[in-house]
Write a protein that binds this ligand. Sequence first.
Ligand code: PLP
Length: 408
Amino acid sequence: MAEEERIIREDARYVLGTYVRPKFVIERGQGCYLFDTEGRRYLDLVGGIAVNALGYGDEQLSRVIAEQARKLIHCSNLYYTAPNVALARMLVESCSFADKVFFCNSGAEAVEGAMKLARKWAMKKFGGERAGFVAFTGSFHGRTFGALALTDRKKYRMPFEPLVPGARFARFGDADDAETKIGVDTCAVIVEPVQGEGGVNPAGAHFLTSLAEVCHRRRVLLIFDEVQCGLGRTGRLFAYQHFGVVPDILCLAKPLAGGLPMGAVLANRRVAECIESGDHATTFGGGLVVSAAAIEVLRRLKRPSFLASVANKGEYLLDRLKHLKKKFPDKIATVRGLGLMVGVELSFEAAPLLRQFRERGVLVCTAGEKVIRAVPPLIISKRQIDRFIHVFADILEKRQAAPEDQAK
Ligand SMILES: Cc1ncc(COP(=O)(O)O)c(C=O)c1O
């Protein structure tokens, strides 16, 4: 039996069936390419779902990880260690609003942390009445009970209710609607400056500035979830920097430690001051190896020339996709995005196209029912972008219009 077939069979037998996976097995990566056990090569525009910003096989990153692992892998947050302090300092000094950082292990955990900070702030400031949150339609904040409570996906929520109570959803893009959803029981509003899972939807400057004004006036905190859109993805180190508005709390994760699991919650002084020892903790958060990796990642991502190249390639990608839309107006409904985070909304279901991309040696993912999403490693080249566009065009060219498209 081929290695590939054996692994897929054993997965079905031993691994909990929470993921639908295509039938090939990834073995290694280099640059923007992944290779499977059969030696096939794929140009990867998924990037671990917006994780592998520096691509695969980065020698300097591997060296930093190996060196720290040789020195010390873990010792506990009961003790001071140098890498997480250095990383916290780098993060705080990289963004204008934040004063303190809490390290955790994933995006959902960062959101949970943000929720706890907001509740603690409200408890200190107003007593115990303000425990609720306002989130938005199309939002995705993670799969734990708190983060899921703020996630607007019935399918993900329904089987696990009751979730953390007190969440209300306002229309994404509508600050007035958010204001009507803020009650005397609300402690914070949470929003993704560019929605990822909801279909790649940039929030826009007007919406975010109005929202910040509403939050200020109604004395609730503003949380930005930049787990997917943060850390260089949009061509700025933080997505909110496009919009001229700052949050009280910022959630980061995905690319932070270059593919190792790490999340971070950044908070401004008025929030940070409400936190006392014992309020929150996690065994692995800010561990030595992930922190050393994150220092290397952040050092590279924050270089102005690196960010400028992401912005430039992002514009190029969007431009090429807009041309594709002109060529296939009945098949592509809209093209949108910011930097190297783009969504192509089709006039038909997107999932069946994934296989056609794969068969042509390209990996992409979906974001919602009709959107093909590209969140490649930030080191992708324009030639590789051209390859993606060429393959996309070929797929659309060969696709027979389905009856439902013709009806449009
Ligand atoms: C905006 C956003 N927040 C939170 C999460 C949850 O992150 P994780 O899967 O690391 O828990 C995600 C994951 O896709 C996300 O896109």
